[in-house]
Design a protein around this ligand. Structure first.
Ligand code: DC
Length: 220
């Protein structure tokens, strides 16, 4: 049986760190769906496709095989984990991920990934609770203040905090306003503001929420 725990939220809300630790504590597999959109963007950039041309971008993305193995992102078998974290990919990923046909390809690949693994999966992204796995056992939406999110991203990337905050704002605007699968909490999501919390505290809260879900619907 497959059980999905959906972790959504904007960049810098703590999704990746929290999801990895949560998966470790639950003995679950972990899927980072942002890495799929980043690898699709890298494929389009490498091919020199005009990113404003949705059809051309979709056709290029459809040509490639995306896979995630042991936390590494593979594009046609090549480990692109580092290449998908460049400022160029950061700048372009919101454009690529706004195309409905690209999203359809990514959603199919992500559902397929979870189906093949089976068991419990912690899946992080922007639309996991709303679109990819609307029947997830637990849906979590993480938030944090814009200043804290920029501080975290700047720490990770070594870039200037103000520039990071400008880029996060731009990406937030695009992610929240796109027509297909905009970033928003699912109606039944547990919303956690991580600004003042440690990673362990966030994971503890999620595990407690998971326990409450289990009590509300005991296994048949
Ligand atoms: O989580 P991240 O920063 O690696 O995500 C990169 C981009 O991919 C982000 O700007 C929005 C997009 N994305 C998405 O549209 N849907 C997802 N499920 C995951 C990421």
């Amino acid at each position: 049986m497959t059980q999905v725990i959906a972790i959504d939220g904007p960049g810098g809300s703590g999704k990746s760190t929290v999801s990895r630790l949560l998966a470790e504590r639950l003995g679950a597999v972990h899927l980072d769906t942002g890495a799929f959109y980043r690898a699709a963007t890298l494929a389009a950039l490498r091919a020199g496709v005009d990113l404003e041309d949705g059809e051309a971008v979709t056709a290029e993305v459809a040509r490639h095989r995306l896979e995630q193995e042991a936390g590494r992102m593979l594009l046609d078998g090549e480990d692109v984990s580092a290449d998908i974290r460049t400022p160029e990919v950061d700048r372009s990923v919101s454009v690529v991920s706004a195309y409905p046909e690209v999203r359809r390809l990514m959603v199919d690949a992500q559902r397929d990934w979870v189906r093949r693994r089976g068991g419990t999966a912690v899946v992080e992204g922007r639309d996991i609770g709303t679109v990819v796995f609307p029947a997830a056992s637990l849906k979590v939406f993480l938030e944090a203040s814009p200043e804290e999110r920029a501080r975290r991203r700047a720490r990770e990337s070594g870039l200037d905090a103000e520039a990071v905050q400008r880029e996060l704002r731009r990406r937030d605007r695009l992610d929240r306003s796109r027509a297909t699968s905009p970033l928003r909490p699912a109606d039944d999501a547990v919303v956690i503001d991580t600004t003042e919390l440690s990673v362990d505290e966030v994971v503890d809260r999620i595990i407690a929420a998971l326990g409450r879900v289990g009590e509300a619907s005991p296994p048949k």
